[in-house]
Design a protein around this ligand. Structure first.
Ligand code: HEC
Length: 129
C-alpha cells in the first residue's frame, strides 16, 4: 500500500511539474531572444515595436522562420544556441511576432516540413568555413 502511494505521488508530482514548466514561446523568448530583441541591439527588431516588425511579418511565417533559424545578417543562427530546436525557436519567434502587431499561429506539420527543406537548401549553398 505504501509503495503504491509513493508511486502514485511521484506520478502526480511529475505531471504537475511538466504542466507548469511549459510556457511555450514566452519562456524561450525570455531566456534567449530577450538579450538582443528587448533593446534592439545591433539593429534587432525590438520586442513590441510594431513598426519594426511590420515588414518582417509581411514576408510570411515560413520564410521568416527559415531565415532567422538559419541566421540572417547580424542575427545569429538559432539565436546563438546550437541546441535550440526548430519548434522552440519558432514558438519564441511567434511569441515576439504576436506581441508586435502580428497574428501568427503555430506552424502546421506541413509548414515545418517546408521550413526544414528550405533550411537544408540554404545550408547546402553555404560556403565551407
Ligand atoms: C545575439 C543577439 C540576438 C539574439 C540572442 C537573437 N537575435 Fe534575432 N536578431 C538579432 C539581430 C541583430 C537582428 C537583425 C538582423 C539584421 O537585419 O541585421 C535579428 C533579427 C531577427 C529576426 C528578423 C529577421 C529578418 O528576416 O529580418 C527574427 C525573426 C529574429 N531575429 C528572431 C529571433 C528569435 C526567435 C530569437 C530567440 C530564439 C532571436 N532572434 C535571438 C539579434 C539576435
Amino acid at each position: 500500500m505504501l509503495r503504491q502511494t509513493i508511486i502514485f505521488s511521484f506520478f502526480v508530482l511529475t505531471l504537475i511539474i511538466s504542466l507548469t514548466s511549459y510556457a511555450g514561446g514566452e519562456s524561450t523568448y525570455k531566456s534567449i531572444c530577450i538579450a538582443c530583441h528587448a533593446s534592439g541591439m545591433n539593429g534587432a527588431p525590438k520586442f513590441q515595436n510594431n513598426l519594426a516588425w511590420a515588414p518582417i511579418i509581411k514576408e510570411g511565417k515560413v520564410h521568416v522562420i527559415t531565415e532567422a533559424y538559419n541566421g540572417v545578417r547580424k542575427m545569429p543562427a538559432k539565436g546563438g544556441r546550437p541546441d535550440l530546436t526548430l519548434e522552440d525557436f519558432s514558438e519564441a519567434l511567434i511569441y515576439m511576432v504576436n506581441s508586435s502587431g502580428g497574428n501568427w499561429s503555430k506552424p502546421t506539420e506541413q509548414e515545418y516540413i517546408q521550413i526544414r527543406n528550405n533550411i537544408l537548401k540554404l545550408s547546402s549553398k553555404r560556403k565551407p568555413a
